[in-house]
Write a protein that binds this ligand. Structure first.
Ligand code: ADP
Length: 153
């Protein structure tokens, strides 16, 4: 099954929304393959947001993301990358649709609660950046036949 990388940002941690947000992924039918709290180092932030190096908001974004620990997770499921991005909603909380995480809980472009990999390639890169192999768990899905039809498993 496809895996994707998710990070609950400092605003989610500070606002006590970790449980709310995580439960959305669980209820959707995604499965947790790994989770840990980390305090992002300067070098990790530079690497994770390297595409925005030079943008005026880059220092602000780094300051925000490094201000307190985040919850890094790997979620698994069919088309997990796309499904998680849909659950998160548009980047700007003010534009994200109600029913999405950012649409329901946020008012900000920067403080938008959650990071989710934007492609399969990115997911593979981000998972290996933040998780060692032994920190990811493969375990039987007792409800698989109720989550997916035979041809979807
Ligand atoms: P997404 O997280 O939806 O994939 P992007 O990859 O475009 O969005 O941006 C990464 C993160 O950088 C966003 O989630 C947001 O926290 C922050 N960000 C993006 N654009 C801005 C901006 N103009 N000002 C401040 N923060 C921004």
């Amino acid at each position: 099954m496809e895996k994707t990388f998710v990070m609950l940002k400092p605003d989610a941690v500070q606002r006590g929304l970790v449980g709310e947000i995580t439960s959305r992924f669980e209820r959707k039918g995604l499965r947790l393959a790994g989770a840990k709290m980390i305090w992002l180092k300067d070098s990790q932030l530079d690497e994770h947001y390297s595409q925005y190096l030079g943008k005026e908001f880059f220092p602000r974004l780094k300051e925000f993301m490094g201000a307190c620990p985040v919850l890094a997770m790997v979620w698994e499921g069919k088309d997990a990358v796309k499904v998680v991005r849909t659950l998160c909603g548009l980047t700007n909380g003010r534009e994200a649709l109600p029913g999405t995480i950012r649409g329901d809980y946020g008012m900000s472009l920067q403080c938008n609660l959650v990071h989710a990999s934007d492609s399969l390639q990115t997911a593979e890169r981000e998972i290996s950046r933040f998780f060692a192999k032994e920190e990811l768990f493969a375990y039987g899905d007792a409800l698989s036949e109720y989550r997916y039809a035979k041809d979807e498993r």
